[in-house]
Ligand binder design. Sequence first.
Ligand code: SF4
Length: 391
Amino acid sequence: MSAPHALYFHIPFCSHRCAYCDFNTYAGQEALIPAYMQALLTEVDVVAASREESLPARSVFFGGGTPSLVPTRLLSSVIEKVRQCYTLEPAAEVSLEANPGTVSAQGLQELRQAGFNRLSFGVQSANPFELKMLERTHGFGEVIQSVQWARQAGFDNLNLDLIYGLPEQTLEHWQNSVRRIVALGPEHVSMYALTLEHGTPFGRWAQKGLLPLPDGDLAAEMYDWAGDYLAGQGYEQYEISNWARPGRECRHNLQYWRNLPYLGFGAGAHGYAGGVRYANVLRIKTYIERCESADRRTFDFPLSPATVNQHRNTPREDMQETLLTSLRLTREGIAEGRFREQFGLGLGEAFPKEIERLTRRGLLEWQASTLRLTPQARMLSNQVFVEFVGE
Ligand code: SF4
C-alpha cells in the first residue's frame, strides 16, 4: 500500500493583482474558469491512470490565486473526480483559500455541503490604510462577516493569515491586527513577513527607496510579540509562520514540511511524488491546451501533459530537502530515528560540519534525539538553510 499523498489544486485567477504578490495568478481571465476546471479534471484522470492502484489521499487543498472566485459546482466536480480516482481518507482535510469579500453566506454553505471542511482567509491586516496599500479589495468588516458566515455554515476549522513588516507599520498597528483576528476565534493563524519580490511593484518601489519599511529589529519585535500573545491565547507554534489550537495544525502543509509526497495540479503547480519533483506550465491558456490535447496518452507517474520541468532527486538531495523542510517545524524538528530509518545514516553523519557550526552559533539545538531550530533562529532560518544547501 502506498503512503498517503496530499493533493494540491492551483487556481490562478484573481480579480486584481496585489502590488506585493508574485504568485502565479492572473487578473481579468475569469472567462477561462470553466475550461480551466475541465482541464484540471483531465489532469487528475491522466495522473491517476498512470498507477494501477488507487493512491490514498490525506488532504486536498485549493490554493491560488483566489479559489473562492470559482463557482462551487465546478469546485465540487473536482472533489468528485478526486473521490473517483483516489482513496480519500475518511478524515481527509479539504481546504479552500478564500478572500474575504469574495464569499457569501449561501456560497459557504454550498462549499461545506460539497465536502470542504477547512477555510483559509487571506486577511493580511485589520488596518484600513495597510489593506489599501497592499491593494487588497476587502475591509476588515468583510473579514468579520466572512468568519460569521463560515461558522453558520458549519466550518469549525478556520485559518486567518496576516502579514507583518509592512511599510510604515508600527508595533501598535500590528498588535491591533493580531488582537482583532484572535478575537474572531480562528483555530489556526499564519503570519508571514512581507517579502519584496523581484518584478512586483513593491519590489520596484523598494529598489527606488519609495517604501518606508520597518527595520529588521522592529520586524523581529512584531514576530516575537505576536508569538507570545498567541501562546497566551492558547495557540501553539508548530512551524516558523504557523500557530494552531492543539490538534488543528494544517495537515496538508504538514505533508510538505515532513517532505512527504504530494501531487500538484493546475497551472504553475509543483509536485513531489515517486522521488520526482516536477512543475507545470505557468500560463492558463497553455495549461488548458496541453490538457485538452492529452488524448489519453500515458505518462509516467506523477507527470501529466502540463509538466514542463521534472527532476529525479538524488539521495543527497532527498536528505537535504527532508532536513530543510523538517527544520521549519519548530516543535517537531527532525528526529534522528526517522532520518536514519529513511536514509540509513544519522544526521550527524550526513551533515557533520554544518550541524556542528550551527549549534555552536546557537541556531540549532538537540533535544533528546531531535534536531530543531533554536527560538532565536526562527527569524534567521534562511541563514541556517543556506548553510546546508551551500555545501
Ligand atoms: S489576492 Fe492573493 S493571490 Fe491574488 S494577487 Fe492578491 S495576494 Fe496575490
